[in-house]
Design a protein around this ligand. Structure first.
Ligand code: ZN
Ligand code: ZN
Length: 151
């Protein structure tokens, strides 16, 4: 935080200085960015997941609950795939489920997810993925990717 103030001055309102590298003890000023809540959430997901080149799944590597990724964000606990969807696609309507088209509970790749009511949980398995969104999400690989993605 001190490093930020020395190099960049005031932090814009609504943003928090965050370590893009995920190392809280790092003092490299170019690893710090003033991020919005959504950007911090996406960064946390990117730092705690890895892409499976075979399946295309982005598997959460942090804590799991019943096979689903769990992440702390914005003062509460989230299921990681629901956080990923909420940030990249928007709010999940009340009463709706977020279904894994890939059947991999650890996957947080939004193109592998689908909002559904409980009755539709088994429909549309294997639906084609949205290539445009997949490309955006691919940019979330590592610190450089996050910076690119944020423009
Ligand atoms: Zn660093
Ligand atoms: Zn998947």
């Amino acid at each position: 935080m001190l490093t930020w103030h020395l190099h960049r001055g005031e932090v814009p309102s609504g943003r928090i200085v965050t370590h893009l590298c995920g190392n809280a003890r790092c003092v490299a000023s170019d690893h710090l960015a003033a991020l919005t809540a959504n950007e911090r959430g996406l960064l946390k997901l990117a730092l705690n997941s890895r892409a499976d080149q075979v399946t295309g799944c982005r598997e959460f590597t942090g804590d799991l609950a019943e096979g689903y990724g769990v992440v702390w964000h914005g003062g509460r606990s989230w299921l990681a795939h629901r956080l990923s969807w909420t940030i990249l696609r928007g709010r999940i309507p009340a009463g709706m489920l977020l279904d894994h088209l890939c059947r991999n509970r650890r996957c947080i790749e939004p193109t592998h997810l689908r909002v559904t009511d409980s009755g539709g949980n088994n429909r549309n398995v294997g639906k084609p993925t949205d290539e445009r969104l997949a490309a955006i999400w691919d940019h979330a690989e590592g610190v450089e990717g996050i910076l690119l993605m944020m423009g």
